[in-house]
Design a protein around this ligand. Structure first.
Ligand SMILES: Cc1ncc(COP(=O)(O)O)c(C=O)c1O
Length: 380
């Protein structure tokens, strides 16, 4: 299988991640606890180790501000449901994934919040000035994805962060497509809430993610329960990260995630991103040669991650994706990519596009084989 669906989840993982998972599962897979036996302490140590790595990588204000979650969706829900109050206004964009737009629309329909969805330009970039103009006195939160999961375009996170801070509005960044690929300095970017998966660019296993909550944010507990210490308290202990982490965490996944983060840091984020972007650039150049193929998004490769979406004039995206899978053993992602608003805006709704997202282990040959398959299928 030629796997080109890394925007959904990365595959394969680095060898060190498989080794870490195997080792941890055999030796240390106890229920973590600060007041426990040696194996419980070892499991707790694995959580701490990963939190320290995340805090260093993203320049957070402390490892305890990172709460582990199931995935990025879980982190986003934790943020929205823990922070928003009745009557709040939220600014977001039409590039967002359903994990941002669905909880917000549900709150809007329930009459709990009001919502402004600013539109990206036709190439998939949001103008910070439009965000500025959308902020009103009732605005409590601006929620922005760092990169579009459809078009691969990077968004102006620094400018929007400055605007949010100037207006004293909370700033949430969804880094599903950039964590582990683009350097991020949470404090310099004025990010208050930062949601990311562990299983995409950070190369950890599925079932991992985290929410960073800056000290200035007041958030309610998302799930309450046992925390491996301080059992006498009748309610969730106020101490971070336990305040946000009731229940047995995915400590095995987190042990794998720590190995993924270490691998990404050793390789260098810039090197990984430029490898992935170079592969999409190669693909785009070859698609230019094919009649009837239309590629979407800005072509400025400095402002992109390695994700590219296109359609063919002869075959709907779903059919093309199915043929690539069944006849050529090539995994791409056809459809709407959980981001219906941007597909509507660029005219690819409801059929969607074919998304190609190479990862660190893909090669130029993978791209050339995809293009050869496309030529054969579409007859161009
Ligand atoms: C931009 C964006 N946000 C959020 C998510 C949700 O991530 P997860 O699958 O980890 O819940 C995705 C997943 O593809 C995404 O691309």
């Amino acid at each position: 299988m030629i796997y080109l669906d890394n925007a959904a989840t990365s595959f394969p993982k680095p060898e060190v991640v498989y080794q870490a998972l195997d080792r941890f599962a055999r030796e240390s897979l106890a229920n973590p606890g600060r007041a426990g036996h040696k194996m419980a302490l070892a499991a707790e140590h694995a959580l701490d180790d990963c939190r320290h790595r995340l805090n260093q990588l993203f320049r957070g204000s402390g490892p305890e501000r990172f709460a582990f979650t199931l995935n990025c969706t879980d982190a986003l829900n934790m943020a929205f449901k823990g922070v928003l109050k009745s009557g709040d206004h939220v600014v977001t964009t039409d590039l967002e994934h359903n994990s941002v737009s669905r909880p917000l629309v549900a709150m809007e329909r329930a009459g709990f919040i009001t919502l402004t969805r600013v539109t990206a330009d036709s190439g998939g970039s949001v103008d910070p000035d439009i965000v500025r103009k959308a902020i009103i006195p009732k605005t409590r939160l601006v929620a922005l994805g760092h990169a579009s999961n459809v078009l691969g375009t990077l968004q102006p996170v620094a400018e929007v962060g400055r605007i949010a801070r100037e207006r004293d509005v909370l700033y949430l960044v969804d880094a599903a497509q950039t964590a582990g690929v683009v350097p991020i300095d949470l404090q310099a970017l004025h990010i208050d809430l930062f949601a990311f998966p562990g299983h995409k660019g950070l190369l950890g296993p599925t079932g991992t993610g985290a929410l960073y909550v800056a000290p200035r944010v007041k958030i309610g507990a998302w799930r309450e329960g046992g925390t491996g210490g301080d059992s006498s308290n009748p309610t969730q202990p106020a101490e971070y990260p336990y305040f946000l982490e009731g229940g047995t965490p995915n400590v095995l996944g987190v042990a794998g995630l720590a190995a993924g983060i270490q691998y990404v840091e050793e390789q260098g984020l810039d090197r990984i991103r430029s490898h992935e972007v170079r592969l999409t650039e190669r693909l785009w150049r070859q698609l230019d040669e094919l009649d009837g193929v239309e590629v979407f998004g800005h072509r400025d490769f400095d402002q992109r991650v390695g994700t590219l979406s296109f359609r063919s004039a002869t075959l709907p995206a779903a059919e093309l994706g199915g043929i690539l899978d069944q006849a050529f053993d090539i995994a791409v992602r056809p459809g709407l990519h959980c981001a219906p608003y941007i597909h509507k805006a660029i005219g690819s709704y409801p059929d969607g596009l074919v998304r190609v997202s190479p990862g660190p282990f893909n090669t130029e040959e993978d791209i050339d084989r995809l293009v050869a398959a496309l030529k054969e299928v579409t007859g161009f």
